[in-house]
Design a protein. Structure first.
Lengths: 514, 212
């Protein structure tokens, strides 16, 4: 391999996390911004830096140095997501982009240099294109990836391009401090060994470094001696499996629309299958003639077939109305895109099939179409102090929300659990022996012995035994969500046991032990 | 080829015919019932019959207790129009909530919903709509017989073959201002089958912490 084969071009976007955060949060660039990760500053904008904010500073210290600083939590997902369009615009100019990390990517320089007539020209083309997209970029070209990265980091706003000539990269790197290797385990050891420059480290015998420092040492040695090469997978453009269906003229009947999207959904599922994928979550966007957009994501217990996709479109159009509830305005566009895909190998049915569960699933999907989405649910146990909060119903096929059941819930009642829990507590009236109202005073004592119990304005029954009050308080710090109640267990003269609740001087039956 | 071979051997012919006869006859009792929890054998010794309707009056817990063992053995269960059913009690009896299908509000399509649920779910706990004609009830019963599913109705049902009624219920553990509900004693009246004669009385103790 001649040395011109190995030439690497590195594109560096300075302060990328800050730019990405500003883009995703739609912030203007005139306010200093700092991204916080684990309580310290992870990245900051240039105007924050001039006020003295730097990486690794505690949040309070940073706010003290720059009082108008806007503090945002760092989200690596945002970084990576915002980088994708940048890479796409780079790929328009040069092929084979490899992402080193969000904000930094490498390209083999030989091809672009030949195509655009020289490395300098290729670099300026890339810089111009990125500048047009309003992305400040810096470029470095050298014989190795690490060399090109260092070269890019040495540039400034005035000269955003730095080219290390062929064969001089090792020399260029040798004067740089050892800390540029960015390996927290290795760098202190090398320092203690008296190696303060990359050149000192590179001068060591490669075999000896391998014997002493292993894989990580060899990698660092290759970087220091400018022999590291581009590796790893090239960035492949995301394939968009989504399909759009446009109705001209707009349609206002659910079954017509469902028929209209059938071919498109079949082609979507087929294309996924050709790529060895199945769709497990789907996003459907419906645009009506009046410009109203309704978007919803659907998940599937197994994976979507074409008929399932059509079903989801139908359910989304029907809303929770069920049956053939009319549409408010004609639909002119339906977009369907897979929100989550999985390798189809993970979804093959076994040799003997999964017949019963499959059958149940089909029948319930049909029931869903009749009754409307959300009518068929799977129950699960949730957390909460009040019994009806502990019952969680999730529409069939949707994902179960993470349960807060494992948390301690003070004020829970001892077993047995009541077999009937009223979704809406039933109003009741509890009276003392001579008909006086029963309340609970500030000391948590009842003002009278509960003796009569009447539910829903029916005739009062005698209370044969009771216990309480058991206080339940929730969110005392929140004026809106605050609830404070007293619980009682009571048995009426017919032998029925009730869980009664006294809240705001109002009695209600929360549950029945029947 | 196999049919020729079958003709040649009378023994295999007899065997094949026997198999056809037994498949057309109603199956034996133990195959024809859902299992119940050991403590419920005092109430229904032979388990819950398949393809029939039980009407249960006076207790929701009883319905949950009857369904529990079948649910544990992998049967899918459904709850129709019982929005107030206590899930914690259901889970406490050992019902597998992952295989429980919940339809809270079927609207005016109660009959068609219960039909399509019975097609795939083995056991249903339902609250009957205000008015059921006997024609509808017998159509539903025919469908249940065909799919071999069992329906437990909370309340009265026009043509239930079996009825379980709570005669009396008493609790231990709760005093006058102290204690909490613990064990429950139920006295039940059970009538199983259409021509079962006089109802049978049985007693049941439901412990506070159920260990299925």
């Amino acid at each position: 391999m001649t040395s011109s084969d190995a030439r690497v071009l590195v594109v560096w976007l300075p302060d990328w996390p800050v730019i990405a955060a500003r883009r995703s949060l739609e912030l203007t660039s005139d306010q200093p911004l700092a991204l916080i990760h684990k309580g310290v500053v992870f990245a900051c904008s240039s105007d924050a830096r001039t006020s003295g904010v730097q990486r690794g500073l505690a949040v309070r210290e940073a706010q003290l140095r720059c009082p108008q600083l806007l503090v945002v939590a760092y989200d690596p997902q945002v970084d990576a997501r915002a980088f994708e369009p940048v890479v796409a615009s780079l790929e328009d100019l040069v092929p084979g982009v490899r992402i080193l990390r969000p904000g930094l990517c490498a390209i083999r320089a030989r091809g672009p240099a030949r195509f655009y007539g020289g490395e300098e020209r290729a670099a300026s083309t890339i810089l111009e294109a990125l500048a047009r997209a309003d992305i400040p970029a810096r470029l470095g070209i050298a014989d190795s990836v690490f060399g090109a990265e260092r070269a890019a980091l040495k540039t400034n706003d005035v000269t955003p391009l730095s080219i290390v000539d062929v064969g001089t990269t090792r020399q260029f790197l040798s004067a740089q401090p050892i800390s540029t290797l960015d390996d927290t385990a290795l760098v202190p050891v090398l320092r203690r060994l008296g190696l303060h420059r990359l050149g000192d480290f590179a001068a060591l015998d490669r075999t000896a470094v391998g014997a002493r420092f292993g894989e990580a040492g060899l990698r660092a040695h290759a970087r220091a001696s400018a022999t590291d090469r581009l590796s790893g997978a090239e960035h492949t453009p995301e394939v968009d499996f989504g399909v759009d269906v446009i109705f001209e003229p707009a349609l206002d009947r659910v079954d017509q629309i469902a028929f209209g999207v059938r071919t498109a959904s079949e082609s979507m599922v087929d294309r996924l299958a050709e790529n060895g994928l199945v769709c497990t979550a789907l996003r459907i966007t419906v645009t009506s003639e009046s410009g109203e957009r309704r978007e919803r994501s659907w998940s599937h217990p197994h994976h979507f077939s074409a008929a399932d996709v059509v079903d989801r479109v139908r359910w989304q159009l029907q809303g929770s109305g069920g049956g053939n509830a009319g549409l408010t305005s004609p639909i002119e566009r339906v977009e369907m895109s897979p929100a989550r895909v999985d390798a189809s190998a993970n979804h093959e049915s076994g040799l003997w099939g999964t017949s019963l569960d499959e059958r149940v699933h089909h029948a319930l999907a049909r029931l869903h179409s009749i009754l409307g989405h959300g009518a068929v649910a799977t129950p699960s146990l949730g957390g909460g102090r009040f019994l009806n909060e502990r019952q969680v119903l999730v529409a069939w096929g949707d994902e179960t929300p993470t349960s807060k059941r494992a948390l301690p819930w003070p004020g829970s009642i001892p077993p047995p659990a009541p077999a009937t829990v009223f979704a809406h507590p039933r109003p009741a009236d509890v009276r003392g022996p001579s008909g006086e109202p029963v309340e609970v005073d500030a000391r948590g004592m009842t003002t009278a012995t509960p003796a009569w119990l009447a539910l829903d304005r029916s005739p009062a029954l005698k209370v044969s035994s009771w216990a309480g009050p058991w206080p339940v308080t929730q969110r005392w710090w929140d004026a809106d969500a605050h609830r404070s109640a007293q619980r009682f267990q009571m048995i009426d003269s017919e032998g029925m046991a009730w869980l009664m609740i006294l809240e705001d001087h109002e009695w209600a039956a929360e549950a029945r032990y029947d | 080829m196999s049919s020729v071979a079958a003709f040649e051997s009378p023994a295999s012919v007899r065997q094949a015919l026997q198999a056809r006869i037994s498949s057309m006859q109603s199956t034996r009792l133990d195959e024809d019932a859902f299992p119940v929890l050991p403590m419920m054998r005092a109430v229904l010794g032979r388990g819950l019959r398949r393809g029939t309707v039980y009407s249960i009056t006076g207790s929701t817990s009883l319905a949950l207790a009857l369904v529990a063992a079948a649910s544990q053995s992998g049967e899918w269960c459904g709850v129709l129009d019982v929005p107030d059913l206590g899930l914690e009690a259901a889970a406490g009896w050992g019902i597998d909530l992952d295989r429980l299908v919940w339809v809270a509000d079927p609207g005016d399509r109660w009959m068609s919903t219960v039909g399509s649920m019975a097609d795939v779910l083995g056991l249903l706990i339902v609250r009957a709509p205000a008015r059921v004609t006997s024609a509808e009830a017998s159509r539903l019963l025919a469908r249940l017989r065909q799919t071999r599913s069992t329906m437990l109705v909370l309340g009265e049902w026009p043509q239930s073959e079996s009825q379980i009624r709570v005669v009396s219920s008493s609790w231990t553990g709760l005093g006058a201002g102290h204690g909490h509900l613990a064990d429950r004693h139920l006295e039940l009246e059970v009538r199983q089958g259409q021509n079962a004669g006089a109802p049978r009385r049985s007693r049941l103790r439901v412990p506070a912490a159920i260990s299925p």
